[in-house]
Design a protein around this ligand. Structure first.
Ligand code: ADP
Ligand code: MG
Length: 330
C-alpha cells in the first residue's frame, strides 16, 4: 500500500506540475546538497540567434551561410535552427548537401559539392585536428568575452576519396606538421586537408527565473553546478552572472554522467536537471533525475521527476515540498 502522506504529496506535486515517476526520489529530494543544471534550454532560453559572422580570405558571409545552412539542414539543434534562420532572412540560396552525420556534442557534417563540410564548436576543431586562423580566433575571443557561443565552418578537401592515405606532397601543403594524426578522434576523417573558413557567433539569453533559482537553492544550503557541452568562456560567463558554484564545460555527451559520478564520490547527494537527449545518462546517474519542460522523450524517460511547466523555479518548490512532507512524517 502507498503510505498516505506520500499519496497526498504525489497529488500535491502533480497539481504543481511535477510528475513523479519515482516516489522514493521525491522523498530523497529533502537530502539533496548539490543540484546540477544543464545550461542550454534549462538555465538559458535556448533560443540562440546568430549575432556575428567572420570569414577568411575570399569567402563571403553569404557563401559561409550557404554552406553552413546546407550542413545544418538536417539538424534539430538550436544552433542549426539559428543558422538556417539567418540564411533564410538574407535570402541565401542554400547549397545541396548529402550524407548528413551528427558528431555528438561537437557538431554536424555533410557532403557539399564533393567536399566534407562540418559546422561545430571548439571540440570539433580538436577532433579534426585543425586550428582556426588568427582572424577567426580573435573573433571567437571577442564573442567568448560576451558569453556568445562560437561555431566554426570547416571544409575538408578530400584528395581522391578512394585513396587510402594522403601522399607526402598533399600533407606538405599544410603550414605546420600535424601532430599525431593517430590521436584524432572518431569525428575526423583521416587523410583530409581541413581548413576553417568561417565562424559564427550565437547569443542565448539567461532565463529570468534562473537568478531566483540559484539564490533560493543557496538559501536552502544547496550547491549549484552547471554542466554543458558549450565552451569554457560561455559557461563561465553564464555561471558568474548567475552565481553558480561549479562549472563543467566542454563536456561531451558521453562524459556528462561521469561528472555526476565524481560529485557522488565526494559523498554528495546530487540531482541533475536537464532537457536534452544528451542529458539522459546524467539524469539516470544522478540520485534524482529531473527532466524539465519540453524535454525530449529520452530525457523524460530517464528522469525520476518531470517538471511539466518548464519553469526552473519548480526545482526549488520540489525540494521544499519534499522537506515539508518529511517533517509531517516525523
Ligand atoms: P549543451 O550541453 O549545451 O546542450 P550540446 O551537447 O548539444 O550542448 O552541444 C555541445 C556543442 O557541440 C555546442 O555548443 C556546439 O559547439 C556543438 N554542436 C552540437 N550540435 C551542433 C550543430 N548542429 N551545429 C553546430 N554545432 C553543434
Ligand atoms: Mg540542453
Amino acid at each position: 500500500a502507498i503510505p498516505l502522506v506520500v499519496a497526498i504529496n504525489t497529488s500535491l506535486a502533480a497539481r504543481n506540475g511535477m510528475l513523479i515517476r519515482d516516489r522514493i526520489a521525491m522523498e530523497r529530494a529533502r537530502n539533496l546538497d548539490t543540484i546540477v543544471f544543464d545550461k542550454t534550454g534549462t538555465l538559458t532560453k535556448g533560443e540562440q540567434g546568430v549575432v556575428g559572422i567572420e570569414t577568411v580570405g575570399t569567402v563571403s558571409e553569404n557563401d559561409a551561410l550557404a554552406l553552413a545552412a546546407a550542413v545544418e539542414s538536417d539538424s534539430e539543434h538550436m544552433i542549426a535552427q539559428a543558422i538556417r534562420e539567418v540564411a533564410d532572412e538574407r535570402d541565401v540560396s542554400v547549397d545541396a548537401a548529402t550524407d548528413f552525420e551528427a558528431l555528438k556534442g561537437r557538431g554536424v557534417r555533410a557532403t557539399v559539392d564533393s567536399d566534407a563540410i562540418s559546422v561545430g564548436g571548439p571540440n570539433l576543431l580538436s577532433a579534426l585536428d585543425v586550428e582556426a586562423p588568427s582572424e577567426l580566433t580573435a573573433f571567437a575571443e571577442r564573442a567568448g568575452d560576451n558569453a556568445q557561443t562560437v561555431v566554426y565552418l570547416v571544409r575538408e578537401d578530400i584528395p581522391g576519396r578512394s585513396e587510402e592515405e594522403p601522399n607526402a606532397t598533399q600533407r606538405a601543403t599544410n603550414e605546420e606538421e600535424r601532430s599525431e594524426p593517430a590521436s584524432r578522434t572518431s569525428g575526423a576523417a583521416a587523410g583530409t586537408e581541413a581548413t576553417v573558413i568561417a565562424a559564427f557567433a550565437l547569443a542565448d539569453v539567461i532565463r529570468e527565473e534562473s537568478y531566483q533559482v540559484v539564490d533560493a537553492l543557496h538559501e536552502l544550503g544547496i550547491e549549484v553546478a552547471m554542466l554543458t557541452g558549450d565552451s569554457e568562456d560561455v559557461a563561465t560567463a553564464v555561471a558568474d552572472d548567475l552565481g553558480i558554484d561549479t562549472v563543467f564545460a566542454e563536456v561531451l555527451p558521453e562524459d556528462k554522467d561521469g561528472n555526476i559520478t565524481a560529485l557522488q564520490e565526494q559523498g554528495r547527494s546530487v540531482a541533475m536537471v536537464g532537457d536534452g537527449v544528451n542529458d539522459a545518462p546524467a539524469l539516470t546517474r544522478a540520485d534524482i533525475g529531473i527532466a524539465i519542460g519540453s524535454g525530449t522523450d529520452v530525457a523524460v524517460q530517464s528522469a525520476d521527476i518531470i517538471l511539466v511547466q518548464n519553469n526552473p523555479m519548480d526545482v526549488v518548490r520540489l525540494v521544499k515540498l519534499s522537506k515539508a512532507s518529511y517533517r509531517k512524517m516525523q
